[in-house]
Design a protein around this ligand. Structure first.
Ligand SMILES: [Zn+2]
Length: 62
């Protein structure tokens, strides 16, 4: 199982010109709008939470 936080949303609409921009691009190629940085320490909190839930379930089953 592999979770890529960058590709989870696929595309997002640019607030400047409403163009669909790839989620892994931080800058709109049409108008040059810069998206707020999506990656950071918070991105992997859900991944850690999933891992913890998985471990808890595994311990319950065993
Ligand atoms: Zn734009």
């Amino acid at each position: 199982m592999r979770i890529d936080p960058e590709k989870r949303f696929g595309k997002r609409a640019c607030p400047g010109c409403a163009t669909e921009v790839d989620a892994n691009q931080n800058r709109c190629p049409i108008c040059g709008y810069e998206f707020p940085h999506p990656t950071g320490p918070r991105t992997w909190v859900p991944v850690m939470a999933l891992l913890m839930i998985f471990l808890i379930i595994l311990l319950w089953v065993l």
